[in-house]
Ligand binder design. Sequence first.
Ligand SMILES: *Cc1c(COP(=O)(O)O)cnc(C)c1O
Length: 395
Amino acid sequence: MAHILTTKNPDTLAIAMGHDPERHAGMVNIPPYHGSTILFPTVREFIKTTDGTCPSHVYARYGNPTIDALEETIARLDGADHCMLTPSGLAAITVSMLSFCKAGDHILIADSVYGPTRAFAVQKLTQLGIDVEFYDPTIGGGIRDLLRDNTAFVFVESPGSLTLEVQDVPAIAQEAHKKGALVLADNTWATPLHIDAFGMGVDVNIHSATKYINGHSDLVMGAICVKDELFPTLRKGHDALGACTNGQDAYYAMRGLRTMPTRIKAHEANGMKFAEWLQTRPEVTKILHPAFDSCPGHKYWKRDFSGACGLFSFIIKPCSVDALSAMLDHLTYYGMGYSWGGYESLLIPMYPAQSRTAAPWKEEGQLLRIHIGLENTQDLIDDLAEGFDRLNKAM
Ligand SMILES: *Cc1c(COP(=O)(O)O)cnc(C)c1O
């Protein structure tokens, strides 16, 4: 039957994993399973579903073959033993947090985290009696001063998906583990390809599969990866919360994942070329791209990452909303909208000062977050160059 895949190359694994032609009429792809009820032929088989000894699927909320194939492939790429898919990236974060803390615990969250992660912790976890504290993302080993006996976990997002600070995750993990705390990481930016999360000390590795894993801006999904040790706790939390995905979305995400290694190389190359052009522009005061030394934590990116993706930010001189509108409202190739990691380019103004508490945002200029897609980079450069011209005229 299935060959044992000994390769460590993600390009090959993304192609070679997740096939089962013998069980699926010889088809290359495992079809999208639809369904709720799973039938059992005999009382003896059915009874196994009640005492936990059933060897196969029990009910669609707990998975199906399409979902299994995607989970196994993501886990392998991530260097994990298990992956559990969730209905969104945010659900991957909330399920992970709820699975690994309880009333009376203290948790530490990087001040640079994705906004809805912050909102969930502040609005919901505090209601459940969990003490939520934000920390400066550049704190590194200094996290030791904030760790308490009841700290359940430290949450990292490196780089932050808006302000791009790269964190010293190994130093944070070392201190957290000394105190018996776990490290939960949102590694959507790195994808499973660009870091060895578990080698860096991460215990629960989280991805918004909406981004590069699916890669085509046509669905929302999350993934949580763990080693064997934490799987029973994660599984209980995930199952109790009913946080399942479905066969159709898993099918599409698997189709996207096949080309993720190839797509990311193109996003990275296009993004680098674009950022180098931005550096030459007088309107731009700072590039927040982990591969550039103007980005906080650039040295940790060099040490810990094997590459970049197409998402970064840059800062332009302070400008009015009218001037910003003149620049952004008339672009041809950039969409203005949330999310990223699809094939298309996006460009949005963002306002990090509004949410930060532990490490106030001090940049005076306007932050713009850009996702460089798979278009011809010169077309993107020409389009934004015209945008800069309109900005200058409107200033
Ligand atoms: C988009 C995103 C999420 C949330 O993912 P959804 O699939 O949209 O719920 C979480 N973290 C980061 C860094 C993201 O960019």
